[in-house]
Ligand binder design. Structure first.
Ligand code: ADP
Ligand code: MG
Length: 454
C-alpha cells in the first residue's frame, strides 16, 4: 500500500467514529509523508493539531495502521509548515478573495512600506447618515494630518467600513503628501511585533521604527484587550508621536469606554481627540452600496435582486458584498443573471449561516462536549477542578462571542455574581496572554472553531 492510500484508509476509519466537525478540525491537511522501517511520519498543519493527534488520537491511529501493515511500530507527528508561517501570514502582502474556490476576484497588493491596500479609497466609500460623521472626520484628517482630530478613533461593529475608512485616509495622505510616512497596522500585527521584538531583544529597533511615522493607523485596537505589554508599548509610541503632532488613527469594535481590559491611561488617550461611530446603513444606502459594487464588478442585477439582498442583509456591509460576490460568481459561471428563486437558494447559506445561530446555549454545549462534561455540570455550582476550568472558559467565550454582559452571564450560570464572571474572564485571558498557556489557547481556539462550524 502506498503511503497516500494508507493515510486514506486511516482517515476513512477515523471518520466513521468522529463527528464531521471534529474530523475537519483535527485531520484537515494531514498526510503521511514517509513510511520507512516501521516508522510512519505524519505531517500536520500546526503544532496544536500535532499535539492533539498525538495525544488524543495517537493510539487509535497506530492501531488502525498496524491492522493495515503490521510492520508499523511507531508514528512520528511533525508540523510540516513551520510555525513561522502563521506569523508571516498576518504580514502577508497579497490580498485575495476566493469564492468557493471557483473564482478569484481582483488581487490587490498591499504596499510593503505602508501596508495600505489601494482598493480602499474615499472615492469608493459610500456615505450615508449612518457613517457621515466618521467619514467627515476621516476626510478632514486626510487633508491636514496631525492638526485637526488627533487621535481619531472610529468604532463600529464588524463589517461596517472601519478598515475601509482608515485605509482611505492613509491612501489619501500618501497622494497629497508623498513625503509623509504612513503606516497601517492591524492591532494583531502590532502585538506580534511587540512580542517578537521583546523576544529578540530588539525593542529599540521597534521603537525607532514606530517613532519615525507621520501617520500611524492602528486597526482593531479592541484586540489589545488584556495585552498589557503591548498596551504599554502603544502608550509610549502614542505619546512620542502625539508630542510631535503626528497623526494617530484608531479603530475598534466598541467605544473606548467599553473596551475591556484596557489600561486606563490608554483609554483616556483614545478619547482625547475625536471619537466617531459608524452605525447600520439604512435601506437607501444599502441599495447604493450594492449598485456601486455591482458596477465595479460590471454586472447589472435587476432591482428585484438588489432589493432582496438589501432587505435581508441589514447590519453588515461585508455581507452585502459577499452576497453580491456569490451572485456574480454564478453569473460568470453560467453567463446568466440568476432569477429571484435561484438568488434565494444561492444566498441561503450566507444569509442564514451557522455563525448567525450562535447563542449562549450552543456555546455552553460546545464547551461541555469538548471537555466530555454534561451541560448540567457546567451550569452547576460544583467546585471540582475539572468543571471549574471549563466553566470559566464558557463564560469567557460567552463574553467574547456574544458580548454578553457580566451579570447576564452570571445569571446563565445559576445566578452567579457578576464579579465571579469578571474574575473568570480575566483569569482565562491572563493565562492565555500573560502566562502564555499555549495548551489553553489552543483548546479555546478549537472550541471557537467548533462553535462556528456548527
Ligand atoms: P470593518 O473594518 O468595520 O469590519 P470593512 O472596512 O472591512 O469593515 O468593510 C467591509 C467591507 O465593506 C469592505 O469590503 C468595504 O470595502 C465595504 N464597505 C464598508 N463600508 C463601505 C462604504 N461605506 N461604502 C462602500 N463599501 C464599504
Ligand atoms: Mg476591519
Amino acid at each position: 500500500m502506498i503511503k497516500e492510500e494508507l493515510w486514506q484508509a486511516v482517515l476513512a476509519q477515523i471518520q466513521l467514529n468522529t463527528s464531521p466537525a471534529n474530523f475537519a478540525t483535527w485531520f484537515k491537511d494531514t498526510k503521511i509523508i514517509s513510511c520507512e522501517k516501521g516508522e510512519v511520519i505524519v505531517s500536520t498543519p500546526n503544532s496544536f493539531a500535532r499535539e492533539w493527534l498525538e495525544n488524543k488520537y495517537g493510539k487509535t491511529i497506530l492501531k488502525i495502521l498496524r491492522n493495515l501493515n503490521e510492520e508499523i511500530k511507531k508514528i512520528k507527528y511533525i508540523v510540516e509548515k513551520a510555525e513561522l508561517k502563521i506569523f508571516k501570514k498576518s504580514f502577508s502582502s497579497i490580498h485575495t478573495e476566493k469564492l468557493n474556490g471557483q473564482l478569484e476576484f481582483e488581487q490587490f497588493t498591499t504596499d510593503k512600506e505602508t501596508n495600505l491596500n489601494q482598493k480602499y479609497t474615499f472615492e469608493n466609500f459610500i456615505v450615508g447618515p449612518f457613517n457621515e460623521l466618521a467619514h467627515a472626520a476621516a476626510w478632514a484628517v486626510s487633508k491636514t494630518p496631525g492638526s485637526v482630530y488627533n487621535p481619531l478613533f472610529i468604532y463600529s461593529e464588524v463589517g461596517l467600513g472601519k478598515t475601509h475608512l482608515l485605509q482611505a485616509i492613509g491612501n489619501a495622505v500618501i497622494k497629497s503628501f508623498p513625503e509623509k510616512k504612513v503606516k497601517y497596522v492591524p492591532a494583531e500585527n502590532f502585538t506580534a511585533e511587540v512580542i517578537f521584538s521583546i523576544r529578540n531583544h530588539n525593542i529599540e529597533k521597534f521603537k525607532a521604527k514606530y517613532r519615525a511615522i507621520d501617520v500611524l493607523i492602528l486597526d482593531d485596537v479592541h484586540f489589545l484587550a488584556g495585552k498589557e505589554k503591548t498596551q504599554e508599548e502603544l502608550f509610549h509610541t502614542f505619546n512620542a508621536l502625539y508630542e510631535k503632532n503626528k497623526q494617530i488613527i484608531f479603530s475598534s469594535d466598541c467605544p473606548p469606554k467599553a473596551i475591556s481590559f484596557m489600561a486606563e491611561r490608554l483609554r483616556s488617550r483614545f478619547e482625547g481627540g475625536m471619537v466617531g461611530d459608524i452605525s447600520y446603513p439604512d435601506y437607501e444606502t444599502r441599495i447604493a452600496i450594492l449598485k456601486n459594487k455591482s458596477q465595479e464588478k460590471q454586472v447589472n442585477f435587476p432591482d428585484e435582486i438588489m432589493d432582496y439582498i438589501a432587505a435581508n442583509v441589514q447590519k453588515n456591509i461585508r455581507e452585502l458584498e459577499g452576497a453580491l460576490n456569490k451572485l456574480t460568481a454564478f453569473y460568470k459561471a453560467n453567463k446568466q443573471i440568476p432569477n429571484i428563486e435561484t438568488t434565494k437558494t444561492l444566498l441561503k447559506a450566507l444569509l442564514f449561516s451557522p455563525e448567525k445561530a450562535i447563542n449562549s446555549k450552543k456555546i455552553i454545549q460546545t464547551v461541555a462536549e469538548f471537555y466530555d462534561l454534561r451541560t448540567k455540570d457546567l451550569l452547576s455550582a460544583s467546585r471540582k477542578k475539572e468543571i471549574v476550568k471549563p466553566r470559566q472558559i464558557a463564560m469567557f467565550l460567552l463574553r467574547e462571542k456574544l458580548k454578553s454582559s457580566y451579570p447576564f452571564i452570571g445569571r446563565k450560570f445559576g445566578n452567579k455574581d457578576h464579579t465571579t464572571v469578571l474574575y473568570a474572564c480575566g483569569k482565562i485571558l491572563k493565562e492565555i496572554e500573560k502566562e502564555n498557556n499555549e495548551n489553553l489557547a489552543n483548546e479555546i481556539s478549537l472550541i471557537r472553531q467548533r462553535i462556528s462550524s456548527g
